[in-house]
Design a protein around this ligand. Sequence first.
Ligand SMILES: Cc1cc2nc3c(=O)[nH]c(=O)nc-3n(C[C@H](O)[C@H](O)[C@H](O)COP(=O)(O)O)c2cc1C
Length: 439
Amino acid sequence: MSAATDRPMRLGLFLQGAGHHVAGWRHPEAQFGGENLKLIQGIARTAEEGHFDLLFLADGLTSSADAHPSFVARIEPIALLSALAMGTKHLGLAATMSTTYTEPFHIARAFASLDHLSGGRAAWNAVTTSYARSSANFSRGDHPSHDDRYAIAEECIDVVRGLWDSFADDAFVKDKARGVYVEPDRVHTLNHEGRYFSVKGPLNASRPPQGHPIIIQAGSSLPGQRLAARTSEIVFTAQQTLVEGKAFRDGLRGFAVEAGRNPDHVMVLPGVCPVIGGTEAEAKALYAQLQGGIDPAAAILLLNDRLGHDVSGYDLDGPLPNLPESDQLQSRARLLTDLARRENLTLRELYYLVAGARGHRIVWGTPEQVADALEEWFVGGGSDGFNIMPPFFPTQFERFVGDVVPILRKRGLVRGEYVGNTLRENLGLPRPANQFFPD
Ligand SMILES: Cc1cc2nc3c(=O)[nH]c(=O)nc-3n(C[C@H](O)[C@H](O)[C@H](O)COP(=O)(O)O)c2cc1C
């Protein structure tokens, strides 16, 4: 590793069919991968060639045709990752599933199954589902408040982890002579009766190869950080500056220690959208071309979603108005408000910036410049790696793997090979003991 750090920079690929830039899909080289398995399989192979730790699929529970093409139609993540598991060997496979709208039994079963199918490469992005419009597709009444969503998530994750521990690792003795398939005293029935969930158990899946699939948390509000510090191994974030990134990471590591955990076992991966050109001028022109393709109406819808307020009635050439705290995405709204104030942005400038990568940091430049930007954050303690969000697929991602990764490797920042068989091993994380069968 580099002289400045003794830990490898972790790399995740945030795969979004239409690309991460809202107008990325309009670029002549862009191929639309939302439901194109062949294309996605090729992208996954490229990620593995670049020794990426994981491939991540976000998910939502509504279809919205008006903001970003990727939100209109996409394959259900567990189904897609199961298909990708067959053509990859080492890549971690991370799927999003909502703690607000999915029963913990379903979650535990789905991720245990993916972990078995992939030989221990599953990760669960546990999200609370921010958007109230999701509730219209389920039959549970009103969308719970921000605090309630996190209280549900706390209990849901505990139940899921309890279900993953239903069987001791050696429970399935399959003893033909004795006629014993499973040792009855190596099975735990959870009998969970909580505030939100009643789940008897045991799970109808043996203990996953990783013990527990990796848990990812992507909310950065205080309840989100507390949840991540207690339960998660990876945290996806969207900070814009190194100062913000470092403050967040330091705070989270402190919360992890308070929760009795090793802070190195919680890794912060901010999203970064690299716009790569052969020269600085080429990268700048590509960024301008992408920005020029933005539909202002879609851009303002994306900003409304991120802020949790409709700002379309305000003067677009004036400053961002003072808005009350949103119940939707608290941390993202705060980051964008800070950005607008710091950079003195008009509403129009802000929504163009947000449309770029939905509020994530955009870095444009040569491969060398992109590598510099990542190194600065990583060495400066702002992250444990990055969630790479190409503006469009596949060529911009191929450029990242072909041109940026070798520079990072030469600098000793990323590892040049997979070091284990499971995602947990590749991330240098221990396999958790079974809480009911600690032996
Ligand atoms: C990189 C990243 C990916 C995310 N992916 C999803 C997703 O797939 N589905 C979802 O409902 N929310 C997703 N979120 C949103 C968060 O889970 C969370 O709901 C949001 O940040 C608001 O939580 P907060 O108020 O705690 O910040 C993502 C956030 C980030 C930073």
